[in-house]
Design a protein around this ligand. Structure first.
Ligand code: GDP
Ligand code: MG
Length: 258
């Protein structure tokens, strides 16, 4: 039975948080704790979360940050806290449950059944028989964006931006989250660049350690605070990540094309 901690970053989620679902959800085979990180919210999020955690203090915990640092920083602080408190597997999940919590069961199954895999990413692939409901413009922008990311990282990944991820805690994980990310929204790309570098130092290829799980359900929950300005900023941040991590990324691209 693994000790799993799910970090849920929350910024101004007082009216949107599906509190009952967090209280009800259990993993079948593993022990789950949920760590809500209040990212300096200006509404009643902190009170809502404190009340929610009081309903089941053994399983629900609150980490309150006084200043808003953006999703990446909230996740980073949460993951470090989770590792400090003995988590074996650590994940993060958007508070709106755009990815339903029961998908976590399938993420855990990957880590349980495939010891050589360390990282599980949810992937929003639209296939018949699945319900992936995303607005057309967000889908199109997302596809163009991930194609650029995949080329930059020299990694055949389908979806870097889905808000549902799980990691096996181990020597690699703490250092990957140790330093603040450059980017507020596309820190997931930085996580991949950092992981790629750390694995390479051990002669291991990131692609061999990562599994994408196609989600059965994903909904574009109303109330997203991402704007078209954020989308433009993400493109600029991607270029910056390409520059800052070029020591790891440029050799990867050269190897891929040689
Ligand atoms: N917008 C926003 N979300 C944050 C921030 N810090 C943490 N989050 C959380 O990041 C997650 C994703 O936010 P959301 O607005 O649903 O974005 P989207 O689903 O990607 O459009 C949610 O759990 C937010 O509460 C922040 O500073 N701004
Ligand atoms: Mg959302």
């Amino acid at each position: 039975m693994a000790r799993v901690v799910l970090v849920v970053p929350c910024y101004n989620e007082a009216s949107r948080l599906p509190a009952d679902e967090f209280v009800r959800f259990r993993l079948a085979q593993d022990e789950l704790r949920v760590l809500f990180v209040d990212d300096g919210s200006t509404d009643a999020t902190r009170e809502v979360l404190a009340e929610l955690c009081a309903r089941d203090p053994a399983r629900l915990e609150l980490l309150a940050l006084d200043r808003n640092g953006g999703k990446g920083e909230a996740v980073r602080r949460g993951v470090l806290h989770a590792l400090d408190t003995g988590a074996e597997w650590v994940g993060y999940w958007d508070a709106d449950l755009a990815t339903p919590l029961d998908e976590l069961e399938r993420f855990c199954a990957v880590l349980r059944e495939e010891p050589a895999k360390d990282v599980v990413f949810g992937a929003r692939v639209r296939l018949l028989g699945r319900r992936i409901e995303r607005k057309l413009y967000r889908h199109l922008y997302g596809r163009a964006f991930v194609t650029a990311v995949s080329t930059m990282l020299a990694l055949p990944i389908y979806d870097t931006q889905c808000g549902a991820k799980l990691f096996r805690g181990g020597a690699e994980l703490g250092p990957v989250f140790a330093e603040p990310f450059l980017s507020r929204w596309i820190f997931d790309v930085e996580i991949l660049a950092r992981l790629a570098g750390r694995y390479e130092a051990r002669g291991v290829e990131l692609a061999d350690r990562l599994v994408e799980v196609p989600l059965r359900r994903w909904t574009d929950v109303a109330g997203s605070k991402i704007t078209s300005f954020d989308a433009a900023r993400a493109a600029a941040e991607l270029l910056r990540i390409g520059r800052v991590y070029r020591g790891v990324l440029a050799p990867r691209r050269r190897r891929r094309h040689s």
